[in-house]
Design a protein around this ligand. Sequence first.
Ligand code: SF4
Length: 205
Amino acid sequence: MLQIHELFRSIQGEGPFAGRPAVFLRLSGCVQPHCPFCDTPEALGKGKSIPVEELVEQMTSGGPGLAVITGGEPFLQWESGLKELEAALLQKGMEIQYESSGRAGVPDGVQGQVVLSPKPGQWPPPSVLGKAFAVKPLMGDKPEIVLREIYRSGLPPEKIWLMALGASREEQLQRMPLLWEICTRYGYHFCPRLHILVHDRKKGV
Ligand code: SF4
């Protein structure tokens, strides 16, 4: 059984799988204390209890493809159903990508691709970062803060997908020229946030 907030189909908007159609599963609940700047507060509650078999059926109804599992913090439910869901989806030929802050660690044996979005001042330790396929930090008005965190993490540039902070199209566009310059200088992936550029502040797209 998993606690879920929502299940929907869309296009992955950011990171190494950007542009790909995917089925999104947003699990409920996150590590305490919750971040004061949380952009998905609706996913922090208890959510609905759905059996794993039912989720597999719904998530594979469109045939094999990409499943993006996010939250809240998805790995909090690893032992209570997520591990089982992963195995069943892989068996049905799905590709899996996790979106996680890394605050609950990354379970040993996870087979999907883990994309971490560390929160400012809460970067996970190297043992957790090292399990990530990609890391996509946010850059605000003070790039030196995120650049320091990246430097301290010891991650190679090819693992970094740097994104602009900001929930609106206007904020994204404003920060992109500097983001471009920094990615060029340090060899990071320039990571647009397509869902914001296309839909602005609209949620659940
Ligand atoms: S880790 Fe993400 S989902 Fe959890 S409280 Fe912080 S911003 Fe919200």
